[in-house]
Design a protein around this ligand. Structure first.
Ligand code: HEC
Ligand SMILES: [Cu+2]
Length: 449
C-alpha cells in the first residue's frame, strides 16, 4: 500500500486545519502567546529559574532533534526495498549500549546538579546584616491580607513556651501596648486581649501562624495591616484587588500563612509559587528588580470563590517605598498609664443590643478584619463601621452572603454573637465619606430594594 499524504486523508486534513487555526488564533490574540510562554521574570530568583528553564528546554530540544534525526535516517536508509530482501539483523552492540546508558546518565546528573544549585539559590535567606523587608501574608477563603511590622521598643521579660494555652506575656515596658493590637514575635502573631501593668494577656498564633518558643529578650513588634486596595485610588485595576507593596532591590521575606485551607501565593513573574498551609509558616525570599504592578492569584483550589482570590504585587522604587511605609506606619500611641482593661476600649451606644466587647473579640477571632479592616473601615469587603443595614438583614448576610463574603453558619457564629459584633460596629468611627468603600447591600436597601 502506498503511503498517503496527510492532506489526502480526511482526518489528516482536519488536523492540519485545526493546527493552522490554533496558530492563527495565537498570532492574532493579544497576550495569548504570553499565556503559553514563560512570563518575564522580575526578580533575581526568577531570573535564575528562567535560565534553568531554558537550559532544560535546550537540552530537551537537542535530544529530541538528535533522536528524531536518527530515527528518520534509519527509516529511510534501511527501508525494505523489496519483499524478499530482509535488512541485516544485529543482535548485540556493546558500544551502542554503553553510549545509550552513559549519555542519558550524564544528562540527568547535570540536570540534577543544575536544579539543586538554582533551588539552593532561590531558597537561601538574606546575607547576615542585609536589609530585609518582611511581609506577613495571610490567606483566607477568599481574600489576602498583607501585614507589616514596626518595632515596639519593648521585649519579652521572660521566655514563652510553645504551649498555646499559655497566654500571659510579661513585657519589659508595655506602656505602648493596647488591647486589640496585634503583636509579632519572630513570625508568630499575637492579639492583645487585656493589659495589666506589664502583664499582657494575648491570643497566640492569630495570623494562621503557629505558637513557637520565644526566649527572654526577644524583640516585640507591632503589626499593622498594609494591604492596599484599588479603592484607595493608587492603581486602576480590578475592583478592590488587595495589593502588597514591596521595594525593588531589597530582599523581601514573605511569611506565608493560612487561617483555613490550603491556598498558594503565586505571582507569575516570580516564576515560583508557595502554598499557604494551615498550621505552619512558609518562607519565600524574593528580590524584585523591576518596578510595576504584577497581577497575582491564589493557585491552589480553595473553594467557591477561589477564582476571585486575586491580588497584585506592586513594586516601588526604594524612595517611593519609604514614603509609602512612613505614611502607613501607625503613629506611636501615647504611653498608657495605669491599668487598662478591654472594657474601656469600647463603649456601647444607646440602642445597641449585644455586648460590644465580646463583639470586638469575635470580629478578630472569626477573621472579619481580613476583609473589612481592623475597625470595619473596609478593605476587600465594604465599610461596615456603623453600617446602616439592620441587624436582621445582617444576620441573613452571614448565613447566605451576598457577593464574595464567606458564609458563617449558626454552628460557627450564633445570632447572639452576630448581635455582639453588630453592637461593636455601631461604636467604631466611620471613615470620612471619600474613603468609604460602598456596600452594595446598604445601597440597595437605601434605594428601597
Ligand atoms: C472574604 C471576605 C469577607 C469576610 C471574611 C467577611 N466579609 Fe463581610 N462582606 C464581604 C463582602 C464582599 C460583602 C458584601 C459586599 C456588598 O454588599 O457590597 C460583605 C458584607 C458584609 C456586611 C453587610 C454590608 C453592610 O453594609 O453592612 C456585613 C455587616 C458584614 N459583611 C460583616 C462581616 C463580619 C462581621 C464578618 C466576620 C464574621 C465578615 N463580614 C467577614 C466580605 C467579607
Ligand atoms: Cu485560594
Amino acid at each position: 500500500m502506498r503511503m498517503q499524504r496527510p492532506w489526502r486523508n480526511r482526518f489528516g486534513r482536519f488536523l492540519l486545519i485545526l493546527g493552522g487555526a490554533l496558530l492563527a488564533f495565537l498570532a492574532v490574540t493579544p497576550g495569548a502567546l504570553a499565556q503559553v510562554a514563560l512570563p518575564p521574570a522580575v526578580s533575581d530568583q526568577g531570573d535564575d529559574i528562567r535560565v534553568l528553564f531554558f537550559v532544560l528546554l535546550g537540552i530537551g530540544v537537542a535530544v529530541f532533534v538528535i533522536v528524531e534525526a536518527m530515527i528518520l535516517w534509519v527509516v529511510f536508509r534501511y527501508k525494505r526495498k523489496s519483499d524478499d530482501e530482509l535488512p541485516t539483523q544485529v543482535a548485540h552492540n556493546t558500544t551502542a549500549e554503553a553510549l545509550w546508558t552513559v549519555i542519558p546518565l550524564v544528562i540527568v546528573v547535570a540536570l540534577f546538579i543544575g536544579s539543586l544549585v538554582v533551588l539552593e539559590d532561590i531558597q537561601s535567606a538574606a546575607e547576615p546584616g542585609e536589609d530585609v523587608v518582611e511581609v506577613d501574608v495571610q490567606g483566607r477563603q477568599w481574600a489576602w491580607a498583607f501585614n507589616y511590622a514596626v518595632p515596639l521598643g519593648t521585649e519579652l521579660a521572660e521566655g514563652l513556651s510553645e504551649d498555646p494555652a499559655e497566654t500571659e506575656v510579661l513585657l519589659r515596658d508595655s506602656s505602648l501596648v493596647q488591647p486589640f493590637m496585634t503583636l509579632k514575635l519572630g513570625v508568630e502573631h499575637m492579639r492583645v486581649m487585656a493589659r495589666e501593668g506589664d502583664v499582657v494577656t494575648v491570643v497566640r498564633a492569630v495570623n494562621g501562624t503557629v505558637p513557637i518558643r520565644h526566649g527572654r529578650g526577644d524583640a516585640v513588634m507591632r503589626v499593622f495591616n498594609g494591604t492596599d486596595t484599588v479603592a484607595e485610588g493608587r492603581m486602576q485595576a480590578a475592583d478592590n484587588t488587595p495589593i502588597v507593596t514591596v521595594p525593588v532591590g531589597t530582599m523581601v521575606r514573605f511569611n506565608i500563612a493560612s487561617s483555613d485551607v490550603l491556598h498558594a501565593f503565586y505571582t507569575p513573574q516570580f516564576l515560583y509559587k508557595l502554598d499557604a498551609v494551615p498550621g505552619r509558616v512558609q518562607t519565600m525570599w524574593v528580590r524584585v528588580n523591576e518596578t510595576g504592578e504584577f497581577k497575582s492569584q491564589c493557585a491552589e483550589f480553595c473553594g467557591r470563590d477561589h477564582a476571585r482570590m486575586i491580588f497584585s504585587v506592586v513594586a516601588l522604587s526604594q524612595g517611593e517605598y519609604a514614603e509609602w511605609f512612613a505614611a502607613k506606619t501607625p503613629a506611636p500611641a501615647e504611653p498608657i498609664e495605669g491599668d487598662f482593661g478591654a472594657e474601656e476600649e469600647v463603649e456601647a451606644e444607646e440602642g445597641a443590643v449585644g455586648n460590644p466587647v465580646r463583639g470586638q473579640e469575635l470580629f478578630f477571632s472569626l477573621g472579619c478584619n481580613v476583609c473589612h479592616g481592623d475597625r470595619g473601615e473596609g478593605l476587600v469587603g465594604p465599610t461596615i463601621a456603623r453600617t446602616v443595614v439592620p441587624l436582621d438583614r445582617v444576620i441573613e448576610q452571614y448565613r447566605q452572603p451576598f457577593e464574595a463574603m464567606t458564609a458563617f453558619p449558626p454552628e460557627e457564629v450564633s445570632d447572639e454573637e452576630i448581635a455582639d459584633i453588630f453592637a461593636w460596629l455601631q461604636t467604631v468611627e466611620r471613615p470620612p465619606d471619600d474613603l468609604v468603600i460602598p456596600s452594595k447591600l446598604a445601597e440597595s436597601l437605601e434605594a428601597g430594594g
